[in-house]
Write a protein that binds this ligand. Structure first.
Ligand SMILES: [Zn+2]
Ligand SMILES: [Zn+2]
Length: 136
């Protein structure tokens, strides 16, 4: 877990109660929520917080590297606080996003790409039908 206050100090960002709650909610959400879902969770603590504040704060968290946006989705932007390298499995039926951690999977960048581009990062996304959906 990140030391939120320390990161804020490093990034010269003011630690506000709102930001702290948004960050804690994100860290404790394991369902890769979208902004609206997080907004509803944060509102339980701050009934007056605006959707825009939550939206902008999440984008900002992403900019400074403490929140990740799940790439590869055509639907609304989904966030997570887990910034450790891991993969995702997305169910095409229910839309659930599952974390795949500690599974050895070595994606090798094809040589042709390495020769022509300076690859800094790769993202792998598995899509299919999850266990909950394949049973019915
Ligand atoms: Zn499913
Ligand atoms: Zn994840």
């Amino acid at each position: 877990m990140h030391d939120f206050k320390k990161i804020c100090r490093e990034k010269k960002m003011k630690v506000t109660p709102q930001r702290t709650v948004i960050y804690n909610e994100l860290l404790n959400s394991y369902d890769h929520p979208n902004v609206e879902t997080l907004y509803n969770r944060v509102r339980k603590t701050f009934p007056d917080i605006s959707f825009d504040t939550v939206y902008r704060t999440l984008s900002f968290f992403n900019d400074i590297g403490i929140a990740e946006i799940i790439e590869g989705l055509s639907s609304t932007r989904r966030y997570e606080g887990n910034t450790q390298k891991h993969y995702h499995f997305i169910c095409q039926k229910c839309g659930s996003i599952y974390d795949i951690e500690n599974v050895p999977f070595n994606f090798k960048v094809p040589e042709e790409i390495e020769l022509n581009y300076d690859v800094r990062n790769t993202r792998v996304l598995f899509e299919g039908i999850c266990k909950n959906c394949s049973s019915d």
